[in-house]
Ligand binder design. Structure first.
Ligand SMILES: Cc1cc2nc3c(=O)[nH]c(=O)nc-3n(C[C@H](O)[C@H](O)[C@H](O)COP(=O)(O)OP(=O)(O)OC[C@H]3O[C@@H](n4cnc5c(N)ncnc54)[C@H](O)[C@@H]3O)c2cc1C
Length: 529
């Protein structure tokens, strides 16, 4: 019997842990192998973006992460020489888009325990520390992993393997998957400093501030317990002493009475992507698939987009709600986003920081568009396989939602109270019919757990309409206006909150167009309850 086998995840970094949380959220058992005997002590990633917060919320893992983080509603862009703000991004503009109009700072070595706590609560014992995967063999319906533990090697059988084993992925190597890209000449120095910039030496820097400069740019990150400085270390330059680091910090933040260097790390920085993300039953996710220059927090957060896209697909296939071809969409949709999207955006941001270029094309004049893009809410996926995707949105006001976009996460009201769109579609495709409930639109029966139907209207469903259980009240048409749809429109949402289709809807026609769309996407009719 292979039906009962878990999915094997290799690597308990942030992407492995979030992918595990996703699968467990869909009721899919996992086993997660981590070669080290503890979670990482590496400070590395420090900022988690809005879209990641939404994914963590969908996977019931947000609370422990927020507890350990500081929240930020402003991303600063400061000219180092003049100390003047250039184009700060105010995330408060996102209140018509998300429940989380902010980003957070949390060091990687704090987010991993928070994620583990959430995973342990759901599937105790899922994570096996000090278990190194050293080989694998793919079979027709499962994979056999060779796992080294306590000096001995044993075999573990799993249904699929999700390689979240980081930039040096052994699994990727063994599959013979080529990685293309380059290593930056400069290394990145990351220094944690204790200084009182609140009371003794008050400064008004945003909690996340990018100081651009041709000779020495720097990113200032307020972490829960300290201030973090990230700056490039030119080629062949020796690592600075603590005294030099202190002096450098003072050059940016001005003189302060006490300043203590708590810790420091120097990282070699790469920009590389795998040319294939899948081999049979094995998938690459996170840094194993794409190493992105750490700029604008596009490393881990791009990996979380992978962890948002693959788990629901696997769950659908394992539940028998989709054919295995649904899994192909993972790479088709995510690889352009990582390679051209995040990859190019991060490189452009790096050139802007060192003033080798005057601007980043991802940043426009409007604060809303900038906040939307920087929070990774602008990721629009190629859901139709026609090559249309994007990561950048412009303008000063929210614009109409398009097919492929991540849907706005706004509240509607069912008969029991408030329901947010992302919660509504977290475990099903959801067809929203934007139409006038008073006219008794012909809606398909609510008979599939995989595809749900709801009419959205500012007219509460009359009690004799037969639609009370499928009606969502939209006071003042807040949601209708944010979607920007014409009257009588069908919007189909996927379980990852992306819009699968937007089409006109004839309220008198009957039929089940949403089921046809579902079948086109999943290769199967929606299962009956
Ligand atoms: C200086 C710096 C700053 C950064 N700042 C940010 C930021 O602010 N925001 C952001 O989004 N990103 C940032 N990043 C990038 C971010 O750190 C990475 O993208 C992220 O760690 C990738 O997570 P991952 O889970 O894919 O891989 P990793 O974190 O590398 O985890 C891989 C895990 O797999 C385990 N493993 C490997 N091989 C095996 C095996 N054979 N068997 C079992 N286990 C195995 C490893 O021990 C490790 O625990 C930064 C990076 C650097 C260097």
């Amino acid at each position: 019997m292979t039906e009962d086998l878990p999915i094997g995840i290799v690597g308990a970094g942030p992407v492995g842990l979030i992918t595990a949380l996703g699968l467990v959220r869909y009721g899919v058992p996992v086993v997660l192998f981590e070669e080290d005997d503890r979670l990482s002590l590496d400070t590395k990633a420090g900022t988690v973006l809005t879209r990641t917060l939404e994914v963590l919320n969908r996977y019931d893992a947000l609370a422990p992460v927020l507890r350990a983080a500081v929240r930020i509603d402003e991303i600063g862009d400061i000219d180092r020489e003049t100390n003047l703000p250039a184009r700060s991004v105010l995330t408060g503009a996102l209140t018509e888009d998300t429940r989380f109009p902010f980003v957070i700072n949390i060091p990687q070595n704090d987010i991993e325990p928070a994620l583990l706590e959430a995973l342990e609560a759901k599937q105790p014992g899922a994570v096996r520390l000090a278990h190194k995967v050293i080989g694998f063999e793919q079979r027709d319906d499962h994979v056999e992993l060779q796992v080294e533990h306590g000096g001995a090697v044993h075999t573990e059988r799993v249904r699929y393997v999700l390689a979240c084993d980081g930039g040096r992925s052994q699994i990727r190597e063994e599959l013979g998957i080529t990685v293309e890209g380059h290593t930056l000449a400069d290394r990145y120095s990351l220094v944690d400093i204790k200084a009182d910039l609140d009371v003794a030496n008050p400064r008004d820097y945003p909690y996340l501030a990018y100081f651009g400069d041709p000779s020495e740019w720097m990113i200032l990150v307020r972490q829960p317990h300290c201030w973090r400085f990230l700056f490039p270390l030119p080629q062949d330059r020796p690592e600075p002493t603590p005294e030099e680091l202190g002096a450098k910090a003072r050059r940016f933040i001005g003189d302060v009475d006490e300043l203590e260097v708590l810790g420091r790390n120097v990282y070699t920085v790469h920009h590389r992507v795998a040319d294939r993300w899948r081999d049979g039953r094995i998938f690459l996710l996170g840094d194993a698939a794409h190493l992105i220059t750490p700029m604008w927090a596009l490393g881990l957060n791009t990996g979380v987009l992978d962890a948002s896209n693959l788990p629901w697909r696997l769950a659908w296939v394992l539940r028998g709600w989709a054919s295995p071809e649904l899994l192909d969409g993972y790479e088709t949709e995510q690889s352009p986003v990582a390679i051209q999207g995040s990859g190019e955006m991060a490189e452009a941001a790096r050139l802007y920081m060192s003033r080798q270029s005057g601007e980043v094309s991802a940043m426009g004049d409007g604060n809303w568009g900038n906040a939307f893009t920087r929070g990774l809410l602008g990721v629009s996926l190629d859901v139709d396989g026609n090559g249309a995707w994007s990561m950048v949105r412009g303008g000063s006001e929210p614009d109409a939602v398009r097919s492929g976009d991540r849907a706005p996460d706004l509240p509607l009201l069912d008969t029991g109270g408030i329901v947010h769109l992302h919660d509504l579609c977290a475990d099903a495709f959801v067809a929203l019919y934007f139409t006038d409930t008073r006219r008794r639109p012909a809606l398909p029966a609510q008979d599939s757990p995989a595809l749900r139907h709801y009419v959205v209207s500012r007219w509460d469903a009359p009690h004799d309409s037969g639609l009370r259980d499928r009606a969502l009240f939209d006071p003042a048409e807040r949601v209708t206006r944010r979607f920007g749809v014409a009257p009588d429109t069908l919007v189909l949402l996927r379980p990852d909150g992306h819009v699968a289709a937007i089409e006109p809807f004839d309220p008198k026609a009957g039929g089940n167009r949403a089921a046809e769309l579902y079948e086109r996407i999943t290769g199967q009719e929606p299962p009956r309850a």
